[in-house]
Design a protein around this ligand. Structure first.
Ligand SMILES: Cc1cc2nc3c(=O)[nH]c(=O)nc-3n(C[C@H](O)[C@H](O)[C@H](O)COP(=O)(O)OP(=O)(O)OC[C@H]3O[C@@H](n4cnc5c(N)ncnc54)[C@H](O)[C@@H]3O)c2cc1C
Length: 544
């Protein structure tokens, strides 16, 4: 890996003596479902500070549509949900974690409803949606396709009421602060527009800073998903896992000028067809389960079919579902279509795939512990092994809630250990000064995202990955040598670092598995039925 991405321990030069200090028992980075659930669990036993780089509603959680997977129906079973998750994980899933998370799903739903999540009800029972690769209808939703909004609001309200929790918004975590001797995490260095740089010292730190969709030009994720968590953890020396595994969602709205808003899988679950520009319903040519095949299969089928028909996108046909039913079940998508003058009773919805869910992340065990003392991780930022090489739809909100709770409980318990102290040290970071040239940060960001989409997207090859690696290494020579004093610069540095890690792992995995498709190695190779774990040293990238 290029030296420019390895050398710097901290993005900034600083002397902790010159910066304001804040102390807390547990520091939580991120206010999505994972961070807030962790905070609420930790707050039973400790003082908790939650940081979010924007407003608390700027998160992947807030945008989630389909719902939360959980066995709720009499004719369904936990074993079936486990079996579906293992099958989807394509040989890389960790069965212990899968069992643990899936079996806690029904209690998690009961808890969220008790806290105020307005789950939809049908015929006196919790309404259940059906999504791809699930053998039963088991997706709990709220206000149709607005599950994320209502879940986020439920958790934010509860966290705000808790006397042991403080939420600081618009507070950007630049780096984790570590002890030189043993690498233990002591807290974080942060930036706030009003308060500038601050050292936040914590007995335990939880990284729940979400995903990485913004590394790709086409993404369903909101702008906050810039892979900060993995880049921050990588600089601190934590182990990361499965960085090559990014799940692409087959159906996001494809209209010039619109964000790539998700058209939930649940729409296909309700019976929508995928058709090409000639009106041909093509999914049957690619998989026996048609529109409800696993996401990676549907995404690749769309890529192959658009190449065959010479078009940029395909269409979702929902005309036969009925306007009233569609509007009731998917009020947000209905509104979105209406805003773009698409009459779902008559018109087709143009769609194409987009980067959606980062399976890889900071390696964490069943309690949320990472490889560094004092550091925990949960939610999309973490990689526990639940998803393996492919994520089963609606298992991620579930993981954020279940793993978030376990992580918060574990971190708070650790603060009580006799040898856990709140340590403020003098930490000095000195980076060589460089003001070689002015940079157009948005140009680098856009160029990176386009290149990642073209070369490290749904279909990959060794040659393209090598070219991409060389270009990112070149950009690193004049971007990673600089110090920026605002989040836009740190985000670009994090995005470049995380992209390079995706490329390194995608290049090494010379096979096709789950969401990782190599056209030069189209078969699954048993020898590759193992995780790729990596970490940084000052001299090299260590891949295990
Ligand atoms: C459009 C869409 C639809 C989805 N639908 C579903 C669904 O139906 N079911 C399902 O299970 N999953 C769904 N997902 C995935 C799911 O929403 C996410 O995986 C999950 O919400 C992740 O939660 P999280 O708490 O880990 O991260 P997030 O909710 O993304 O929260 C991350 C937090 O970290 C903060 N942060 C990031 N970087 C920094 C930094 N440097 N400093 C300070 N704070 C920082 C952010 O401000 C934010 O508060 C969907 C995702 C999208 C984008």
């Amino acid at each position: 890996m290029d030296q420019h991405y390895l050398q710097r321990r901290y993005l900034l030069s600083f002397d902790s003596r010159d910066i304001g200090h804040i102390f807390t028992d547990v520091l939580v980075v991120g206010a999505g479902a994972a961070g807030l659930r962790a905070a609420l669990a930790a707050a039973d036993d400790a003082q908790v500070l939650v940081l979010t780089k924007g407003d608390p509603v700027q998160s992947n959680t807030y945008h989630a549509q389909g719902g939360i997977a959980a066995v709720m129906a009499d004719d369904d079973s936990i074993e079936a949900h486990i079996a579906d998750t293992i099958a989807c994980a394509a040989g890389l899933g960790d069965e212990k974690i899968i069992r643990q998370i899936i079996s806690r799903a029904p209690d998690t739903i009961a808890e969220m409803i008790e806290w105020g999540l307005p789950a939809d009800i049908e015929d006196g029972k919790i309404a259940l949606g059906r999504e791809g690769a699930h053998s039963a209808a088991r997706v709990v939703h709220a206000h149709g396709d607005a599950t994320g909004k209502y879940l986020a609001e439920t958790l934010i309200a509860r966290a705000k009421e808790h006397e042991n929790i403080k939420i600081f918004d618009n507070c950007f975590v630049v780096d984790l602060v570590t002890n030189d001797d043993d690498g233990a995490v002591l807290g974080a260095i942060t930036f706030h527009n009003r308060y500038g740089l601050q050292m936040i010292w914590a007995k335990q730190t939880i990284l729940a800073a979400g995903g990485a969709g913004m590394l790709w030009r086409e993404t369903s994720n909101p702008p906050c998903s810039t892979a900060d968590a993995v880049a921050i953890a990588f600089r601190a020396g934590a182990e990361l896992a499965e960085m090559e595994m990014m799940q692409f969602h087959p159906t996001t709205l494809y209209i010039a000028g619109a964000t790539r808003a998700l058209i939930s899988e649940a729409v296909r679950g309700e019976g929508a067809y995928l058709i090409d520009r000639n009106g041909y319903r093509f999914m049957g040519d690619y998989h026996a389960d048609g529109e409800l095949a696993p996401r990676d299969v549907v995404s690749r089928a769309i890529v192959a079919h658009t190449a065959k028909t010479g078009s940029t996108h395909v269409f979702l046909d929902v005309r036969h579902i009925g306007e009233e039913r569609f509007k009731r079940r998917f009020p947000q998508i209905y509104q979105l279509c209406t805003d773009f003058d698409i009459d779902i009773a008559k018109d087709l919805i143009p769609v194409r795939p987009a980067a959606h869910y980062m399976i890889g992340g900071v390696k964490a065990d069943d309690k949320g512990r990472t490889s560094l003392p004092g550091l925990w991780a949960c939610g999309e930022a973490a990689c526990t092994g639940l998803h393996g090489a492919n994520r089963l739809a609606s298992n991620s909100l579930l993981e954020a809630l279940v793993a978030g709770k376990a992580t918060g409980t574990g971190a708070a318990a650790e603060t009580k250990h006799a040898n856990t102290k709140l340590t403020a040290r003098r930490i000095i970071s000195t980076n060589p000064h460089s003001d070689r040239t002015e940079l157009d940060l948005s140009d680098i960001r856009n160029s990176l995202r386009s290149m990642m989409w073209r070369n490290a997207g749904i279909v990959r090859s060794g040659a393209r990955l090598t070219e991409t690696k060389e270009i990112i290494a070149f950009w690193g020579r004049y971007v990673m040598d600089k110090e920026f004093f605002d989040p836009a610069g740190w985000e670009v540095q994090n995005m470049l670092t995380a992209s390079l890690l995706v490329i390194e792992c995608a290049f090494r995995r010379t096979e096709t598995r789950g969401v990782h498709y190599r056209k030069d190695f189209p078969e699954t190779d048993q020898a590759w039925a193992r995780r790729q774990i990596l970490r940084r040293t000052e001299q090299q990238l260590v891949v295990m």
